[in-house]
Each structure stands twice: as C-alpha cells, then as structure tokens.
Design a protein around this ligand. Sequence first.
Ligand code: GLN
Length: 482
Amino acid sequence: MILELHKSLMNKEISAKELTDKYLCAIDSLNPDLNAYVKITRDSALKTADIVDRKIAGGEEIGLLSGIPMSLKDNICTENIETSCCSEILRGFVPPYSATAWQRLMTEGAVMLGKANMDEFAMGCTGESSVFGATRNPHNRDFVAGGSSSGSAASVASKLAVYSLGSDTGGSVRQPSAFCGCYGLKPTYGSVSRYGLIAYASSLDQIGILASSAEDVSLVFDRISGYDPKDSTTCRSHSLCTFDSLNCDINGKRVGIPKELLDKAQGEIKAAVLNFAEKLEKMGVEVELFSMPVLIDALPSYYIIAFAEASSNLGRYDGIRYSDRADSYESIHEMIVKTRTQSFGKAVKKRIITGTFVLSEGYYDKFYAKAQKVRKALSEKFTEVFGKYDVILTPTTPKTAFKLGETAVDKEAAFFADLCTVPANLAGIPALSLPCGKTGLGLPVGVQLLADKWQENLILNIANMYEKLTKDDSIAGRGWVL
Ligand code: GLN
C-alpha cells in the first residue's frame, strides 16, 4: 500500500494534503465509535502534508514514507504533543523531546494523524484499561481490539492509518494485530531504539510496527531500525535491510511447529495454523511438529520479570515531577502515596505491588531469580532449535478477541492470552503476527512466525510469499472463513 500511495503522490494523482484530509475525515466519522485515537493532530498533519506537496511540486526527491498518514501509540514521546500513556498520572505530560523511532519517521516526512489509544502504561491485553476508555474491534464492535496497542491495531484495520508504531513487551503489537487482522512485527531486542518509549519492562520492551502487509511493515522497519547512541542496547554491528529479500524463494526452508503451543489453541485457530503450514508446504517449505516444553514455563516467568521491572520503572511517578498532586497531605510520604493511589489504575497498581513483592527479601530467589533461570533456559533452547529450523510457526493467541468486559470476569483468560507471544520477548528474538483467516463469528485469526535474532528478513519474506500465494482466496485476501 505504501509503494502505491507513494507512486500516486509522485504522479500527482493525489496530493499529500488530499490524502491526509481523506484520512482525517474517516477519523471524524469512525473514531467516536472505535476510540482508536485519543488525540488527533490535525494541524500538524496538514502542515507536514503541505511541506511534502511543496517538495513534490518543486521536483524534489521525497522518501517513501513522505506524506503517508500514520498513527503513533501514546507511550511514544512526541515533542510538544501530549503523551499520556493513557494514564491519569501522565495526563497533560508534554514531552520536551521525541522518541528516536518517531524522529526518524519525521525526518522521512511521515504524517502523524494522532496518538493511538492503549492499555494504561502498556499493561494489558484488551485495551480496556485506558483512562480514555476501551477501543472497539473494527470487525465486531462488541469485541475488544486487543492490547496493549489497541488503537494502533484498530486504526490500521479500519483504514484510519496506513501503518502505526506500537510497543511490544509481551505481545502488545502482535496480539492486537491478530485480533484486528493486521500484520504486527516485534523486532529483535536492540534493533529499534527505545529512546523516548515510556518504559514498562526495559529488558523486554521493543517498538514494533503494525500495517496491512508484510511489505509495508518491512518498509517502515528498515527506516526506524539501527544503531542509536541514545539507546545503549541498540546494536552497531547489525544494520538490517528486509525489503530486498521480501520476494526470495522460500523453497527448502525448514519450519517447526511446537506442539505445546498448538495444543493450547482453540479449534479454529489450530486449523488456521495447520492451513497456513499446508500453504507453506505448497511453496516447498518443510514443516514439522516438534516439542519444546520450556515454552509453557515462559508465561509465569514473563509475568514475574515484567512486574518486577515495572515496579522499578514506575517508581518515578511520584507527584513531584509528573501529574497533579493529591490535594491534601501532611508529609511527603503521604503526598506520594495519595498521588499514586489516586492516579494509577487498578491493573497498574496490581503490577507494581506484585513486582515489589517478587523482588523483596526472602522472595527474590524464590520468584525473580527462578524466572531469570527459565529465561536463560528458554533462550538456550531457542538457539538449539534454530540450528534445526529456520523459522518457528505458532498461533499468535490461543483464542480470538475477547468480548468487551469478558476478562473482568475471567481474569486468568487475560494472562493466558499472552502464552504464545511472551517467549519472543524473553529471548529477544523477532516475531511477526499475520492474518490467516476469520472464525465463523467474523473475528480475525493470526499466526505467528519467529526467527533467530536479526532474522526479520526471513519472517517478512515468508509472510510476503504467503500473502502473494493467497491473495485471491477472497476479496479481502486471506479472509476466508475457517
Ligand atoms: N499483555 C502483556 C502484559 O500485560 C503484554 C503487554 C505488552 O506487550 N506491553 O504485560
């Protein structure tokens, strides 16, 4: 889609301003219902579009992302534009600087339409914990869009943005992508700078991309990835270009499906994964089931590590530097307690308390140290498995989208939703969710491809070839009912 839009802009079939206007009009009519955007940056979007138009009129070269309308998750800092993490405690926070990933897109001439809704502090998997209310699933408004990048996924799926940047700590790009029927990439840890991404769990967080094709994901990834002196975890020695290998022949590639994750998926999702595998076999890929029991231990370990890191990262929100303070207090301690109590949501408080607990004396070895051991064992096992398979194929989620309010009753269901996505974050490897059909209820199903570190090109290549093969399966492409 990005390449076609770029061509239309260059051929003057449409101006960047007209394109932006079109998207803004669609946002005006659909957003009140979907709640994908929490802030619309109309003026700056039109201003950027105007600059792009003037460049085109002057015969200047423009980047491929110039003039292309997009959305940005509300935990990615935007200079002079409120970035609230959809939390009361950061309401009104206007960052004095921009995140590197966003800065790189701005340099390209990207048109940001607005800030996308999300679970508070990116903690959750339904989008319902946002202080601005839940995002609705564009395929069925009674269902959630997923989380935590709920607005990013809903904006792409409902054509209110061409692509979006989200963040993925344990599945927050891939899971909403699966629920809304788009492509979502969680890149290798250290490939995209986290500078300016508001931290949830720093050893797991990565900025990711949501779009409506593997090609679009690749185009954006190639432009935002790479070494950043402002983030010491980014890597100097790896400069990734995924676009050139999108159309490589995948004949002879080896794909493994771990039984443990396939068996936990609901019937229609299992069928989708096997259907996907069959299509790959048609293209000469060798597919095999294998066993990797440690995958099941990833989920509890993830929650211990993520909560522990969150309890430390969120310590900075104390009512002194951020947020409105509590009205009355008698000591600084009381002020901090009152402010944090009134301004953090329930899910966030629960995580801070649990995270503090697992790090406390007497429990550190029992929980935190043990979880780190599982993380190490998981990484080692992945290294071994990638000696045998090029790519691992799994469901993205064990179930399709929840009904609005469903996880308030069935709390365990929300945690279980992350079963297949958290292993990639713990091991730091790249993972992509792509759409591969719909259930009888019309809800999208996603499958996930994982590869070894710095192998984004491989998973995007396979996704792109699959997309080409199945393009004609329905008008929507890959939209057949399972
Ligand atoms: N649902 C997971 C959690 O709540 C993942 C969130 C994320 O990736 N940001 O921790």
